[in-house]
Design a protein around this ligand. Structure first.
Ligand SMILES: *Cc1c(COP(=O)(O)O)cnc(C)c1O
Length: 379
């Protein structure tokens, strides 16, 4: 049996999520746009209830939630959608060097639309320095897009301050909260963000479904759709709604709202135990910001190459970079953005804990990792 310690890459569906989804594959299969008949109206009601549940998790209005195929699409829609609709003089979008590829790889498509994606550096712990941000903020900036929490190192950003600064120069604020929302509570009114991305499968919900919060909904932030067709999602995202997925996302959001605090406590306990267990490994370095970090993520640099360690620790599911580039032998761009060399980046190992991780699993992992590291010293 593999011990799964890779929750930042994906989380299992909560059993209650699966149960909520099942009827919508079979008995309640109707198209929610077919409101002329009862089954269609029932499907539509289920979608609208899910929209309400996602909105409640964020402190938003349900009219501000657009369902998408996941956080990659939400990020694409937020940046490309706002840029393509904008006819004015603001031509820059500011972001950071450690964003998900679904932000960074928008550089070329944004350039083709006449916009520049300006990638700001981060500090050695992965924080966006607010003075660096200030020096780039002016009336040419259309949007600032900064993740709430990083998927590899867990570093949190100061979203309320960044948002305030963006708004001072009249720019929109988008945050990719995909990782944050699976571990910590947030409120879009407190943060004051204009757009926010999230994904079902990082939240103990299904893959292939996510949401974009858009302040003011269809009559709020001007947005050009990425997908044209029927008038679903207020003309902002065409295509027949993924009813089972959306229902699952709604249930996952509800569970997170009700049980998130307990999950957070569990993760903090596990991480403290993990860090304590690892403390006597020599030459161990932690990536990320110890003061501002997701409770369930530990990214460390050992004396050994992480590929080799992972090959020796086959009974654990671990990561040395983001899963999006699996198979690629290039080292993590996130670790390199912290100022680490390529050889150092090859030694990064991420352990990400989840609600189903047990104390016993953590203890066994510590024991096995220590044996591996201490018995195979690097000369
Ligand atoms: C997983 C992840 C994404 C992509 O989400 P998908 O739903 O898989 O497209 C985007 N941003 C962050 C921070 C993530 O962790």
């Amino acid at each position: 049996m593999t011990s799964y310690l890779d929750f930042s890459a994906s989380t299992p569906c909560d059993e209650r999520v699966v149960q909520a989804m099942l009827p919508f594959f079979t008995n309640h299969f109707a198209n929610p746009a077919s409101t002329l008949h009862l089954p269609g109206r029932q499907a539509k009601n289920a979608v609208e209830q899910a929209r309400e549940q996602v909105a409640e998790l964020l402190g938003a209005f349900s009219s501000e939630i657009i369902f998408t195929s996941g956080a990659s699409e939400s990020n694409n829609l937020a940046l490309l959608g706002v840029a393509r609709k904008h006819a004015g003089k603001r031509r820059k979008i500011l972001t950071t060097a450690i964003e998900h590829k679904a932000i960074l790889n928008l550089k070329d498509p944004l350039a083709r639309a006449g916009f520049e994606l300006v990638v700001l550096p981060v500090t050695p712990t992965g924080r966006l320095d607010l003075e660096v941000l200030t020096s780039h903020l002016n009336d040419e900036v259309l949007m600032v897009s900064v993740q709430a929490a990083n998927n590899e190192i867990g570093t949190l950003q100061d979203i309320p301050s960044i948002t305030e600064m963006a708004h001072q120069v009249g720019a929109y604020m988008h945050t990719d909260a995909t990782q944050y929302i699976g571990q910590l509570p947030l409120d879009v009114i407190d943060w004051d963000v204009d757009l926010l991305s999230l994904s079902g499968h990082k939240l103990y919900g299904p893959k292939g479904v996510g949401a974009l919060f858009v302040r003011g909904g269809a009559s709020g932030i001007p947005l050009e759709p990425l997908i044209y067709g029927g008038g679903q999602e207020w003309n902002l995202r065409a295509g027949t709604t993924n009813v089972p997925g959306v229902v699952g996302l709604g249930m996952a959001a509800r569970i997170m709202r009700e049980e998130g605090r307990a999950i957070q406590q569990h993760l903090l306990t596990l991480r403290a135990r993990l860090l304590d267990g690892l403390s006597d490994i020599p030459d161990l370095h932690f990536h990320g910001d110890p003061e501002h970090i997701l409770p369930g993520v530990v990214n460390m640099r050992l004396p050994q190459d992480s590929e080799i360690l992972m090959a020796h620790l086959q009974s654990y599911a671990l990561s040395n970079g983001s899963a999006c580039r699996t198979g690629a032998l290039e080292p993590s761009y996130v670790i390199q953005a912290l100022g680490c060399s390529v050889p150092e980046a090859y030694r990064a190992l991420r352990i990400s804990l989840g609600r189903t991780t047990s104390v016993k699993e953590v203890d066994l992992f510590v024991q096995d990792l220590k044996r591996e590291v201490l018995e195979n010293p690097v000369f």
